[in-house]
Design a protein around this ligand. Structure first.
Ligand SMILES: [Zn+2]
Length: 241
């Protein structure tokens, strides 16, 4: 019997893979499990993760259970869980728009409903573009993240921190879409973002916990329909609750 979090993490990986966030076998998803962390193992693509490919690691990123190797950048995850008791899931990927955005001086603009998820702004980490493999580097990224839900790792990729796996996936997909729309809009002409006041009005209607199970179940169905669920348990996922 798979741990429910392992199945959720595996679906998260499949969904991110379907969204084009696979980068060879790099990129990872984790979830907090009490004092431990459950995390995709090294050596396989996001689009091929099964619940059996989720490792259990301790607060220092050392493997406690599971088959396979821990990702070098596990400290990215553990440092964020240490620093942010409210965070239940972390995603680190190198997606095209998020990574390209990090290579510019552009701010995120509030151009549509999706962007309102980031109305409090994105965080940026520019101390180094190296892999984050040492605890002090992980702590520096967690400091840069602060209380936000995204930190852009300049020259590297993105890190998303959220209360649950479905929220983390939703945030990661939405971030990439927001930056894609901003890239298109920037090419079309001068930007006309909405005001901060308008964003505050849009947010409470658009972003609610009760919407997440519907989004999550839809994304799982999409993976299945696309024929990208090979190796996953046949039963529907439990949802976002
Ligand atoms: Zn990375």
């Amino acid at each position: 019997m798979d741990h429910p979090l392992d199945e959720q993490i595996a679906w998260a990986c499949r969904i991110l893979g379907m969204d084009g966030q696979d980068d060879f076998t790099l990129g990872h998803v984790s979830a907090r499990d009490g004092d431990l962390v459950r995390m995709k193992r090294n050596g396989i693509g996001l689009d091929e993760v099964t619940p059996a490919d989720v490792l259990t690691i301790d607060g220092e990123g050392r493997k406690v259970a599971g088959e396979g190797r821990v990702h070098l950048e596990a400290v990215l995850h553990t440092a964020v869980y240490w620093a942010r008791p409210d965070v239940g899931a972390v995603i680190h990927t190198h997606p095209p728009y998020g990574t390209a955005f990090g290579a510019t001086a552009a701010p995120l603009e509030l151009l549509n409903h999706d962007a309102v998820l980031f109305k409090d702004g994105l965080a940026f980490f520019d101390e180094t573009a190296e892999l984050i493999v040492r605890p002090d580097q992980g702590e520096a990224v967690a400091r840069a993240l602060g209380e936000r839900n995204v930190v852009i790792l300049r020259g590297h990729g993105v890190l998303v921190a959220a209360k649950s796996v479905p929220w983390a996936v939703y945030t990661a997909l939405t971030l990439e879409r927001v930056l894609q729309i901003q890239a298109i809009a920037t090419a079309l002409g001068p930007l006309r973002p909405m005001s901060a006041e308008m964003a505050d009005r849009v947010y409470p209607a658009k972003y609610r916990d009760e919407f997440l199970p519907t989004y999550w179940d839809y994304l799982v169905r999409r993976v299945r329909r696309a024929g990208l669920a090979g190796g996953m348990p046949p039963s529907p996922a439990a949802g976002a609750s």
